[in-house]
Design a protein around this ligand. Structure first.
Ligand code: NAP
Length: 288
């Protein structure tokens, strides 16, 4: 049995759907199983056992992991993320889970400039020392998060950023799901560390040009300093301070370390990743 944590979220949900499409059964965890069950499509529901799971409560996780051989470990960012993921690893060890696929992030290093990535490093290290076969997925920025900008772009025609001319390796969350499903169903792929990117990286200027072309009207890119971007995200976009700090750190990372596409997704799945152009075309109505 494969247990999927965060199954109602972006990466967990995508993995659940990709596994179901392959015909693989899984156990999907949520703190609100009734809500999760109500949003599953027919194909996914037919392959999924929905189960309660609260990461703050190790006992709840041990109950949820009983009989499982594999675990897809993902967790929403937040102040307790590391503790919750460590709880999951301890429960996985107790329950005899043999393989964990963890969603991590770029620059998961002890002295990473991105605080969230320092947390991912701690979790990766604990997993590697647990004796469980560990596969790490390190996706770059999710294309789907661009939809959070859609109302602002629709209203003002502006993308605010602090990346200058640096490029970002946007990846479609559905590709993260496909990559995860692949490593969960092909034992020979287990045990690696896979950076997940799209097929090409885009600067904010390139992103706005692409979007403007699809919308048939110009979209501007406003390049701010990191502190100006933080103030904009909190004051104008209503983002919590910790999340604004994370966004600024991620953009600064792209400035400091050039982002170039990686071929891990192609190697895992045998196909090219979904493109940013296709994603924006599919969702262009959201930006009107
Ligand atoms: N966003 C990006 O561009 C990006 C890029 C690279 C890496 N990442 C990494 O990707 C991961 C986030 O993945 P995501 O977007 O899939 O997350 P998400 O959608 O924000 O949340 C995933 C799930 O976490 C679950 N969760 C939260 N608190 C919980 C608790 N106490 N117990 C059990 N489950 C809990 C929620 O499930 P329920 O509400 O159903 O319980 C939620 O569905 C992060 O670790 C992040 O660092 C993100």
């Amino acid at each position: 049995m494969i247990v999927i944590m965060g199954a109602g979220g972006a990466t967990g949900g995508a993995t659940l759907r990709s596994l179901a499409a392959l015909g693989a059964p899984s156990r999907a965890l949520s703190r609100d199983p009734a809500r999760l069950a109500s949003v599953l499509d027919e194909q996914t529901a037919a392959r999924t056992e929905v189960h309660p799971g609260e990461a703050a409560d190790p006992q709840s996780l041990r109950a949820a992991f009983r009989g499982a051989h594999q675990l897809f470990l993902t967790m929403a960012n937040g102040p307790h993320q590391v503790r919750y993921e460590l709880n999951a690893i301890e429960a996985a060890v107790d329950c005899g889970v043999e393989h964990v696929v963890k969603v991590s992030a770029p620059a998961a290093e002890p002295d990473s400039p991105v605080a969230v990535s320092r947390g991912h490093h701690l979790v990766e290290e604990r997993l590697r020392s647990s004796g469980i076969t560990t596969t790490v997925l390190r996706p770059y920025a999710f294309m789907q998060k661009l939809l959070l900008l859609a109302p602002g772009i629709a209203a003002a025609g502006v993308v605010h950023g602090a990346m200058g001319r640096a490029r970002c390796n946007y990846v479609d969350v559905r590709d993260i799901g496909d990559a995860a499903a692949r490593v969960l169903t092909r034992p020979e792929l287990a045990g690696g560390t896979y950076p997940l990117t799209g097929g090409r990286a885009y600067s904010h200027a390139e992103l706005t040009a692409l979007l403007g072309g699809l919308l048939g009207r110009p979209i501007r890119h406003l390049d701010l300093s990191p502190s100006e971007l933080h103030a904009h995200l909190v004051g104008r976009a209503g983002m919590p301070g910790w999340l604004a700090t994370h966004v600024v750190e991620i953009q600064q990372l792209a400035v400091d370390r050039e982002e170039t596409p990686d071929d891990a997704f192609l190697r895992l799945t045998g196909r090219a990743p979904r493109t940013l152009e296709a994603f924006l075309r599919e969702n262009v109505h959201r930006f009107r």
